[in-house]
Design a binder for this molecule. Structure first.
Ligand SMILES: [Zn+2]
Length: 417
């Protein structure tokens, strides 16, 4: 007797091999001859999957779900967000549309520092209340695992509060939240012109306190001339290693600073953005197996014209993830399926690569090897869509399609579709 049995589903397993994966006895997902599948859950994990017609005799479950031929995928993984924050930066966006550059807006006290002011002023409950609807939007779009960064506090008290809010969201809502310490997002005003002293504060005081309280699963930084240099990021990564925390990096978004090669040399989880990535950076990521996280929402919202070198990354075998980068300034994007579409229409991925980037590869970008595909033994994080072909999940613009989310075997129905 299983806990849950999903029957008559089109299974996009997202296991390597076929573009959308292939379940035993079913045929490649999306192919014309593919059979309908079934998937059983026991103890929060996938216990069996295969053709519906091949279910063992007498198969039964405490709860049975008839998918009626709809598409079943792994629950989606959003591997890069800044969804915990206070305030909005839509006014600045209007200024940028009128011709101001990102750097000019930042120089006037806008940009990241305006969100820092708003976030420092918000207490725990307000920060939670402002952030929760953003996470709910991602969940309503099929997300079952999400990464949330700090980085709008830039002092110990607020950085810790952001991470506590992220942890609380993961405890109160049916979703896995992985937290990342991004104290090196920007130099705070009280350290203006003294970036080295701020890095000293980060490595000597803030990161040790965050690590001691178990608030972070990873460490990230913003490596750009107007933020932190390679040498400063190296010091931060040394401190992360002392606390046993894996690293990732905002790299090569606005310039080729060599950040991707640095995070690859540290066997980091991911290098994110990468619009200005060099051929040497591509090779470094490939050699290390570090994931390239593509963030097409920021590319769109900043009206960038130079996309990341997707063809070179693909040719080198670098794993490609896709994430929302959900943040108030450069990517106020609350839909991971729309991010997948933008990764194809703007950056050159194909639909199967985009879906792999929010499932199997997205999980890898977070160092999670127990999810991101449909296979026996993996966590039963699932998304059932009112769609038939997996390409439909990518080839639409923000048309809601989620019918049911399953988180570690627990069923959560979406509003009727
Ligand atoms: Zn980011």
């Amino acid at each position: 007797m299983w806990d849950l049995l999903v029957r008559r589903a089109r299974l996009a397993t997202m296991t390597p091999g076929a573009p959308y994966g292939e379940a035993p006895g079913v045929g490649p997902c999306g192919a014309s001859g593919a059979r309908l599948g079934a998937l059983a859950v026991e103890g929060g994990r996938i216990a069996w999957l295969g053709a519906d017609a091949d279910l063992p005799a007498g198969a039964a479950a405490r709860l049975e779900l008839d998918a009626e031929g709809r598409l079943l995928t792994p629950g989606l993984v959003d591997a890069h967000t800044h969804l915990v924050h206070a305030g909005s930066r839509a006014v600045e966006w209007g200024e940028r549309l009128a011709g101001a550059t990102y750097e000019e807006v930042a120089a006037r006290g806008g940009g990241i520092l305006s969100t820092v002011r708003a976030t420092r002023a918000a207490g725990f409950e307000r920060l939670l209340a402002e952030s929760r609807p953003r996470l709910a939007a991602l969940m309503a779009d099929g997300v079952t695992t999400v990464e949330v960064k700090s980085g709008y506090g830039l002092d110990l008290e607020t950085e810790a509060r952001m991470l506590e809010v992220a942890r609380a969201l993961g405890e109160r809502l049916p979703v896995t939240v992985r937290t990342t310490f991004l104290g090196a997002h920007s130099v705070p005003p009280e350290f203006a012109g003294r970036a080295d002293a701020y890095v000293e504060e980060l490595t000597g005081r803030i990161l040790p306190a965050v690590a001691a309280r178990g608030l972070a699963d990873a460490v990230d930084a913003y490596c750009e001339p107007h933020a932190f240099s390679l040498a400063q990021v190296e010091r931060l990564f040394d401190a992360a290693a002392r606390h046993g925390l894996p690293v990732k990096l905002h790299a090569e978004q606005r310039s080729d600073s060599g950040g991707a090669a640095l995070v690859a040399a540290r066997r980091g989880l991911s290098a994110d953005h990468l619009e200005h990535l060099s051929p040497a950076g591509v090779q470094a990521l490939a050699a290390a197996g570090t994931v390239a996280v593509l963030l097409p929402g920021a590319y769109l919202h900043l009206r960038e014209t130079r996309p990341p070198p997707v063809a070179a990354l693909r040719a080198a075998g670098v794993p490609l993830a896709v994430a929302t980068d959900l943040n108030p300034g450069t990517s106020p994007l609350g839909s991971l399926t729309l991010a997948m579409n933008l990764a194809c229409t703007l950056l050159g991925l194909d639909p199967a690569e985009a879906l792999a980037g929010t499932t199997r590869v997205g999980a890898r970008a977070l160092g999670l090897h127990d999810r991101g595909a449909l296979a026996a033994g993996l966590r039963a994080d699932l998304a059932l869509w009112s769609l038939e072909h997996p390409a439909e999940l990518v080839g639409r613009l923000a048309l809601p399609a989620l019918a049911t989310r399953v988180v570690a075997g627990a069923v959560h129905h979406a509003p009727t579709r």
